[in-house]
Design a binder for this molecule. Sequence first.
Ligand code: 0O2
Length: 223
Amino acid sequence: MGEVFKQDSIRTIEKELLENTFIYQMAIKDVTDRLDKIGKRLHSANKHRYIHQVYSRIKTASSIVEKLQRKGFPVSTQSAWENLYDVGGIRVVCPFMEDVYTIVDEIKAAYPNAVVYERDYISQPKENGYRSYHIGLEMPEYITVRKDDYTDMVEQTQVKIEIQLRTLAMEFWASLEHSIYYKSQGTMDVSTQVELKTCADIIADADSRMQRISDKVNSNRVI
Ligand code: 0O2
């Protein structure tokens, strides 16, 4: 793809995305409200905070164009709507590894018909050391459309959303690696890659140790 065409595509998608952002925002709000309820219920039942923080974001137009190109999809707003799950993204950060799996089970129970895929990059990390649990959801949203005669009509649409779940330690690594990767403009030398992978391994080990400490303390606790 030529640079001029790429810049034009980014501008077009940016403009068209703005018109549809509210649909992604509605789906994000549904899921984050549900997560809030799940977190409160688990906290009250078990006196433990399973969710440290929840963030959400709408993918930028340039990141959409880059991903459509990388995956070999047509570059357009329609194609992003049909093919990408992470235009609307939610990040759930949990204290411990087992908390991540608890919340994954809760999400699957809350949206039994909406889960399209699960990718467990925690038990099977990416080659660079990236660890996270990704869930793709496709959920119905209802939008009000104003007709030519000024009456309103409610339409159902299917919105794709990705939830990424990880521990605090995984979040630490992923956010630093993300910024280092972008600063390197995709040309990271091998020694930097090896160094980052070593950090990912140290962090994975620390996560496992923290889990064991927590399990030990909990098993000694008098209820
Ligand atoms: P931004 O700026 O937030 O858009 P997926 O299909 O999502 O399960 P896949 O096919 O690997 O995973 O897709 P992709 O596009 O590589 O990754 C999607 C998102 O997952 C990324 O969004 C990151 O948030 C996260 N992610 C995946 N791999 C890595 C990684 O190696 N390092 C880090 N730091 N994050 C990763 P964007 O597009 O990078 O970011």
